[in-house]
Design a protein around this ligand. Structure first.
Ligand code: PEP
Length: 252
C-alpha cells in the first residue's frame, strides 16, 4: 500500500514572534508546491495559537511537542492538556521524544500514557523511538526499539496505531549532524513495522514511520527513498524555510 509521506518540523525550544511569522510565511507560501505530502509544524506551545492564525487557509498542520499525561485538566501547574492543544489548532503531538526521555525522565510507561491521552483528546501522536549510541554499539538497537514500542502497544493496543505515526529517531543522530545511512534507517524501520505486523499486518502496513536525526536537504532524498521510510521528523533544519522546503520537495 502506498503511504502518503509526512514531513514534520520540531522547532524544539526555539522561536520568537517575528522570526516565527517570517518562517511560517515562507513555508506556507511554498508548501502549495507539495500537494502529495502532509506537512506538520510543531512550535513551542506558547506560539501555537499565533502560528495557527498565520497558517489559516494553508494545508500545513500543527502539532504540540509534548502534552500532559493526565486525561482530565486540573491542578497540574505548568502542564498542558491535550484538549488545550486541540483547542488552539493542533492535530498532532510528539510523544516520547528522546530529549523528553533523557532530560525529563519520561519512562516508557509515561510515554504510553501520553500516547493514550493524546488520542483521547483527538490528537494524532507522533511516537518517537530510538536507541543511544552505546545501545547501537552493543547491538541493543532492536531490543530497545521493541521495548519502547511494546510499552505503547501493550497499553494502547494495535488498533490505536490506525491513527498514530511512529518516528524512528536514533539518539546519536539527533542534533549531531551524524545521520543514519539509508540502510541503517531502512533496517530499523522494517524492524518496527515487523513488530507492529506481529499484532496486525494490515495496520502495520498502513502506519507511517518517519525518520528523524540530522535530516538535511542534501540527505533527505536518499533517506526517503527507502521502502519503509515514510517521511521525516526534522529538528534543526525545520527552522530554516529553504532547508525545510527542500526536505519537503524530497518527500513529494
Ligand atoms: C528532532 O529533534 O526530532 C530531530 C530529529 O532533530 P535534528 O533534525 O536537529 O537532528
Amino acid at each position: 500500500m502506498a503511504r502518503r509521506k509526512l514531513v514534520a518540523g520540531n522547532w524544539k525550544m526555539n522561536g520568537a514572534r517575528d522570526a516565527n511569522a517570517a518562517l511560517v510565511h515562507d513555508i506556507t507560501f511554498d508548501s502549495k508546491r507539495f500537494p502529495g505530502i502532509d506537512i506538520v509544524i510543531c512550535p513551542p506551545a506558547v506560539y501555537i495559537e499565533s502560528v495557527a492564525a498565520a497558517l489559516s487557509g494553508s494545508s500545513v498542520q500543527l502539532g504540540g511537542q509534548t502534552l500532559c499525561e493526565q486525561e482530565k485538566p486540573g491542578a497540574f501547574t505548568g502542564e498542558i492538556h491535550g484538549g488545550m492543544l486541540k483547542d488552539v489548532g493542533c492535530s498532532h503531538v510528539i510523544v516520547g521524544h528522546s530529549e523528553r526521555r533523557a532530560l525529563y525522565g519520561e519512562s516508557d510507561a509515561l510515554v504510553a500514557q501520553k500516547f493514550i491521552t493524546a488520542q483521547t483528546c483527538g490528537l494524532q501522536p507522533i511516537l518517537c523511538l530510538g536507541e543511544t549510541l552505546a545501545e547501537r554499539e552493543s547491538n541493543q538497537t532492536e531490543t530497545v526499539l521493541a521495548r519502547q514500542l511494546a510499552a505503547v502497544l501493550d497499553a494502547a493496543g494495535i488498533q490505536a496505531f490506525k491513527s498514530a505515526i511512529v518516528a524512528y529517531e536514533p539518539v546519536w543522530a539527533i542534533g549531531t549532524g551524524r545521520t543514519a545511512s539509508g540502510e541503517q534507517a531502512q533496517a530499523a524501520h522494517a524492524f518496527i513495522r515487523g513488530q507492529l505486523a506481529r499484532a496486525n499486518a494490515k495496520i502495520a502496513n498502513s502506519t507511517r514511520i518517519l525518520y528523524g536525526g540530522s535530516v538535511k536537504a542534501d540527505n533527505a532524498e536518499s533517506l526517503f527513498a527507502n521502502a519503509d521510510v515514510d517521511g521525516g521528523l526534522i529538528g534543526g533544519a525545520s527552522l530554516k524555510a529553504a532547508e525545510f522546503l527542500a526536505i519537503c520537495a524530497a518527500a513529494q
